[in-house]
Design a protein around this ligand. Sequence first.
Ligand code: NDP
Length: 480
Amino acid sequence: MKKILNYINGQLMEPVSGDYLDNFDPSTGKVYSLCPDSDERDVELATKAALQAFASWSVMAPEKRSRIMLRIAELIEKKLDVLAEAESIDQGKPKWLAKNGEIPRAISNIRFFGTAIEHFASEAHPMPGHAINYTLRTPIGVVGCISPWNLPLYLFTWKIAPALASGNCVVAKPSEITPMTAYLLAEICIEAGLPKGVLNIVHGLGPKVGSAITVHKQIKAISFTGGTKTGAEIARTAAPMFKKLSLELGGKNPNIIFADCDFDKMLNETLRSSFLNQGEICLCGSRIFIERSIYTRFKEAFVEKVKARTIGDPLLDSTLVGAIASKMHFEKVMSYIELAKQEGGTVLCGGYTVKPEGRCSEGWFIAPTVIEGLSFDCRTNQEEIFGPVVTITPFDTEEEVLAFANSTEYGLAATLWTENLTRAHRIAAEVKSGIVWINCWLLRDLRTPFGGVKNSGVGREGGWEAMRFFTEPKNICIKL
Ligand code: NDP
């Protein structure tokens, strides 16, 4: 059985404990590899290595850092097929999605920040006749990057790329549910000649490895993506230590559909925004609000299309809906479907588990599920499910739908469908979320600020926001 290894001080190594966790293929429900069950001793080794590497990495000419990062991106590109298949087996997502979307995006993340560092500049604030202030932006030191299981390599690289580009050294922890592509990335980093200790990857459980990173005195900033509850725990520990914190947390995103939208375009994108990656994307729209005059038309057309989605073996090109990433998450999603029924919801399609024939018969599959008849403030409509489950609800007025949309504790993303530009601007300004898509979904420009408001997070990633997060500004004032 394949053993995943930690990547510390430039070397692939066993965890200090010698213990391993089972790593499952969610499409078969079987263990297919072993993941290190690391602990604070491995984090200590990684931090020591990172501190040592920082002395030279932080002062290396940006174009030299850039060149190494571009080499890493090039090698990922060369191994696209291997990485896409690995991601699919580890996470349960369709292989075509990993191959066409996520691994290419990991490449873009590294290229984007690897070249951004060559253009990064700091500010000057002249005081005419008196002085000039200039801002020095220096790397922070050793930083911690903790990422989740839904878009494993994509989100992992989204964090480590700006951290490394701006001269920090990293101790990173991918989710123990999906460690494989981070391990393959470690092999790539070695091949690309990344100096030892610059990036360290410690695999294992959140409460052991993640919390050891969070409490470590020498790790000066934490960039975390994951659930709101975990984010709160990290903030409780890190805030009194005055660590810099970037928290990208959960969501319960509204899709607001007005009768004047381009119906066919809206319908196809709403299918994607509901069920892409089994709905396991923090940006998926899970509460769909439809103007009453088109509610029945939408419901019939949507349910017909959802029923036609092919569920099954993630390695097949024909599969649209793959497996749920873990048994625990599979059970959580199913429990929410039960809750929705108890709360008076009507399941229009899905709502059941699927046992595909053949090699995936023991996998964790859930049919895409559409539920109607729930109040906007019931638990199903307030709590994050993070799976292939959406609710549909009619509305009558803009005021009403805004109240529905803004009623949750989350505020990550919202999608609006209308051909009325004035209304689009009005609602976009009023909806409480960090990201708004109008007549589209998941259209991403890596330069834009990315993140949520309310319990969806603190801080922004993307573009200069990320480069600023991973640097410490120092103002220097010179009297003229
Ligand atoms: P978790 O919060 O459970 O875990 C995220 C990461 O944190 C994992 O690596 C996990 O390790 C680790 N972790 C768990 N406990 C601790 C701890 N006490 N201290 C430090 N680290 C810890 O989230 P999920 O992995 O379940 O991911 C799903 C969540 O992520 C959803 O809520 C989703 O909305 C959110 N998300 C947000 C995004 C955004 O950009 N806002 C993007 C993508 C997802 P382990 O897996 O080993 O437990």
